[in-house]
Design a protein around this ligand. Structure first.
Ligand SMILES: [Zn+2]
Length: 85
């Protein structure tokens, strides 16, 4: 389910051509699972790696911290943007 929200979040950021149904499905999943929180698009300004992650997720070079993410490849804090539906 999280993967559906993740993919939709990526589309929301890329364009507003998103099908309303898709956005509604993602919004409903988040409503039904409030513990998920909103997904964040995490970007390292050094290596330009990007991932869409939930707050408790670490993936690729990104390690979740108390606040935000750390890029392990570059040893720097990554930028992140919350995606709201
Ligand atoms: Zn990096």
């Amino acid at each position: 389910m999280r993967q559906i929200v993740r993919l939709t979040a990526g589309k929301v950021l890329r364009s507003d051509l998103l099908i309303a149904d898709e956005k509604e499905v993602a919004a409903r999943i988040l409503r039904d699972n409030p513990h998920f929180g909103n997904p964040h698009v995490v970007l390292c300004n050094w290596c330009h790696e990007t991932q869409t992650l939930f707050r408790d997720e670490s993936d690729g070079p990104f390690a979740a911290m108390a606040h935000g993410w750390w890029c392990k490849s570059c040893d720097v804090r990554a930028a992140s943007q919350e995606v709201k539906f």
